[in-house]
Design a protein around this ligand. Structure first.
Ligand SMILES: [Mg+2]
Length: 455
């Protein structure tokens, strides 16, 4: 599926020109002739990128951008402002209302395509993370603290063998509050320098080292892969700039470097990198929430079913036995009724601790729900599993529980049901059902005991 781009311009010839250029690169292009229509299209057609003209009758490009960025439905769509040549003030104004990038008219093909490709790459990562977050848990918008984080000054590493341009650049960046380290040669380029920086500016004019090798270097190493790399190139060096983008550079600036443009790109790049970081952290956290029982810290039922499913589908499942034990705390309701739910929770936590202390590292200990736990024992025959289950039962029953807020020591016991996979195409639920039947026999047989279903 080709990515959709929304082109907004009040002059039809401009719309047609951009549309033709983008369609030649197989983008799906939709157009709007004013700000209001652009906002409607952004909501209904979810474009991946918006190219937005500044000068338009009615609401102009700035106001349109401001409204797009204020609406949670459209705030994430990158906006590229298209401004008339040499209007520096216009560009700054565009970035202030939240535009991600800008292009000057007449739009140069090279600049247009590289900007769009850079934004598309960023979109792909952000979309994937948003999708994973939504599938793991409810997706939310960025919190205030995250938004503040995005705006903080960046730590920048400048690699340029020309001390004059390097010093000038560093000075401008420092004036904006950024932290800057400069390197005049690549010999000093340690992983350390890269680790501390969030953003690297590499001069493609350097002669004392190979700047393209540096771009590749950052993208090749795990610790520096997520760095944003901005390359500075001479107008006649487009091919080199293109190569740098292919090697993973995130953005480029042509010489002579326009201060405001460079500052804007530094701001945009660091904002993007951090946005990706925030999303990634939230996805990781969401994944953890999705598989861990919050009370006991054990794996939850969802994880348990997934793992069982994975084990039963292993090619070797027919040869290597898999056993499971369901463990249910005896008369747990009495603890809750007598000492309250908090005491009950503490009993569950202590049982979880003892289960974990008395199982092998390869066993998977889960909270099945309520006062019921499950231990998955891969590569374990039912006879061995029964012995393990008996050991677990004793570990719980042996020493009385000292629970905070409970005046007496509690004698806690559990009953266990063990079952093994018979290799006849059983599902995780079949296996759970079998162990449940064994558990029922243990309960009706007097509790504080283990029963099994033979394979
Ligand atoms: Mg116009």
């Amino acid at each position: 599926m080709s990515a959709r781009i929304l082109v907004v311009d009040d002059i039809e010839a401009n719309r047609r020109l951009l549309k033709a250029k983008l369609e030649a690169k197989y983008y799906d292009v939709i157009v709007a002739e004013n700000g209001e229509k652009a906002i409607t299209a952004a909501k209904s057609d979810s474009p991946a990128i918006i190219l937005l003209d500044v000068m338009m009758p009615g609401i102009d490009g700035y106001e349109t951008c401001r409204r797009l960025k204020a609406d949670p439905d459209t705030a994430h769509i990158p906006v590229v402002m298209v401004t008339a040549l040499s209007e520096v003030e216009d560009r700054i104004k565009g970035l202030k209302v939240g535009a991600e990038d800008f292009l000057t008219k007449p739009v140069d093909d090279f600049a247009l395509m590289t900007r769009i490709e850079a934004l598309m790459r960023y979109n792909t990562v952000a979309d994937e993370l948003r999708r994973r977050e939504a599938s793991g848990m409810a997706s939310g918008s960025l919190e205030a603290v995250d938004l503040e984080d995005l705006k903080k000054p960046a730590s920048v590493l400048i690699i340029d063998d020309n001390p004059r341009s390097s010093v000038r650049l560093a000075k401008r960046l420092r004036e904006e509050g950024h932290t800057v380290v400069t390197l005049l040669e690549s010999g000093g380029l340690s992983a350390e320098a890269g680790r501390k920086a969030e953003l690297v500016i590499v001069s493609l004019n350097a002669e004392k080292f190979d700047p393209l090798r540096i771009c590749a270097h950052f993208k090749m190493h795990e610790t520096t892969r997520s760095l944003s790399v901005i390359v500075v190139f001479d107008p006649h060096d487009q091919a080199k700039a293109m190569k740098a983008m292919e090697l993973g550079a995130s953005d480029m600036v042509v010489t002579p470097v326009e201060d405001q443009e460079l500052l804007a790109r530094v701001r945009t790049q660091s904002r993007r990198t951090r946005y990706i970081d925030i999303l990634r952290r939230r996805v990781d956290h969401g994944m953890e929430l999705a598989v861990i029982d919050q009370l006991t810290g054990l794996h939850n039922r969802r994880y348990m079913i997934n793992q069982l499913d994975r084990l039963l589908k292993r090619p070797s499942a027919e040869q290597s036995p898999i056993s499971v034990m369901i463990a249910d705390i005896d008369h747990f309701k009495r603890v809750n009724d007598t000492y309250g739910h908090e005491a009950g929770d503490n009993v569950l936590k202590e049982v979880a601790r003892r289960l974990q202390a008395n199982t092998r590292p390869t066993d998977i200990v889960c909270r099945h729900g309520g006062e019921e736990f499950m231990i998955i024992m891969p590569d374990t025959a039912v006879e061995i599993a029964c012995k393990a289950a008996e050991r677990i039962r004793r570990a719980v029953a042996a020493d009385a529980f000292e629970i905070e807020g409970v005046p007496v020591s509690l004698d806690v016991t559990l009953s266990g049901g063990v079952a093994a996979y018979t290799g006849s195409g059983e599902s995780p639920l079949d296996l759970i059902k079998k162990s449940d039947e064994a558990l029922y026999r243990a309960k009706s047989g007097g509790r504080n005991r283990v029963e099994s279903v033979a394979a």
